[in-house]
Design a binder for this molecule. Structure first.
Ligand SMILES: NC(=O)c1ccc[n+]([C@@H]2O[C@H](COP(=O)([O-])OP(=O)(O)OC[C@H]3O[C@@H](n4cnc5c(N)ncnc54)[C@H](OP(=O)(O)O)[C@@H]3O)[C@@H](O)[C@H]2O)c1
Length: 305
């Protein structure tokens, strides 16, 4: 099969190569999925799991990409709940070969059915950003209607989902980001916008929840804006500061079939919009992830026409 592989950590996305390699075999409880579209997070090149297995052994050449939408091609021993020929989408294991390939082996529990009226490219754009936003707001942040939320990077992949889901839960959303992204963040539902390059974050009156996708100084300054007892949720590493009497939670997204199904249902009925910046074919993957152009929204790779 055709796949993108990486072998050299220091090279980052520049080291991506399109090669021929063997098709994956399904392990117990796996399905092999014929991948139609794949999502990739640029920070994957910095994740240890891209380079080593769970026992810390080198696993290169490894196939990056952890979001997928496709069709079940084969079932492993003992696999239940999915059928050959079924459309699915979801999140592939961090420590195994990923989805920038014509086929991938994934544990069945990490996948959900993809309704026939949702394009594969849309399905592949949802798992990481949708689940991250959902889990950060509702599981870790325990968001309630009427609360005030800062959604950092509100025009980005995760931030646009945070903005929409928080709004539909009845929160007041203050989006942040680059000046050029103001209108995009407002279009996703932010009621206010702070341009982090020029406006002062400290001008925002106190909030119940900050959803941080930026970290560093922005994360530290954001903690001071949270009312006593509120929550800072980070997806970019352990927060440097904790809100007074409150919680600072760092987490890594997990697959969840029920949440994937809820997210895709919201896309179908128009309550949630995905945020795709570019769709490129597999043959153009290396160029797509090494472009110097600023790209707003997610890059999705179409593996099959
Ligand atoms: N822990 C987890 O489970 C998890 C899950 C998903 C994502 N993540 C992490 O979350 C981060 C965001 O991911 P994403 O896919 O949403 O990325 P993304 O689509 O690039 O969105 C990030 C947004 O924030 C903006 N931004 C970043 N730094 C900024 C700054 N200093 N000032 C103003 N705006 C800034 C970006 O603008 P520019 O493009 O102009 O920089 C972009 O609009 C990544 O580090 C990713 O690895 C973690």
């Amino acid at each position: 099969m055709k796949a993108i592989v990486v072998t050299d950590r220091a090279e980052g996305t520049r080291g991506m190569k399109l090669v021929e390699c063997p098709e994956p075999q399904p392990a117990i409880n796996d399905v092999v999925v014929e991948v139609h579209a794949s999502g990739f997070v640029p920070t994957e090149m910095a994740w240890p799991s891209t380079w080593t297995d769970r026992r810390n052994r080198d696993r290169t050449p490894s196939i990056p990409g952890h979001e997928l939408a496709g069709v079940v091609a084969a079932l492993g021993y003992g696999t239940t709940g999915l059928s050959v020929g079924q459309r699915v989408f979801g999140l592939a294991d961090w420590h195994r070969d990923g989805t920038l390939a014509e086929y991938v082996a994934v544990e069945a529990r990490n996948l959900a059915p993809l309704p026939g009226d949702v394009a594969f490219t849309v399905g592949a754009s949802l798992p990481i950003s949708g689940l991250t936003a959902w889990q950060g707001l509702f599981e870790h942040g325990r968001l309630r209607a009427g609360q005030r939320v800062i959604a950092h990077g509100a025009a980005g992949a995760v931030g646009s989902m945070v903005t929409q889901l928080a709004r539909s839960a009845g929160a007041h959303v203050i989006g942040t980001g680059r000046a050029a992204d103001r209108q995009k963040a407002l279009d996703f539902g932010a009621q206010e916008f702070v341009d982090l390059d020029s406006a002062t974050l400290e001008g925002v009156s106190s909030v119940d929840l900050v959803f941080d996708v930026i970290g560093g100084d922005i994360g530290k300054r954001s903690a001071r804006l949270i009312r006593p007892g509120g929550t800072l949720v980070s997806v970019v590493g352990p927060p440097a500061a904790r809100p007074v009497d409150g919680l600072a939670i760092d987490f890594v997204v997990e697959s969840d079939r029920a949440q994937l199904s809820e997210i895709v249902q919201r896309v179908r009925d128009g309550r949630l919009r995905t945020n795709i910046g570019l769709i490129a074919p597999l043959d153009d993957t290396v160029a797509a992830f090494n472009s110097t152009e600023r790209r707003a929204g997610k890059t999705v790779i179409r593996i099959r026409p």
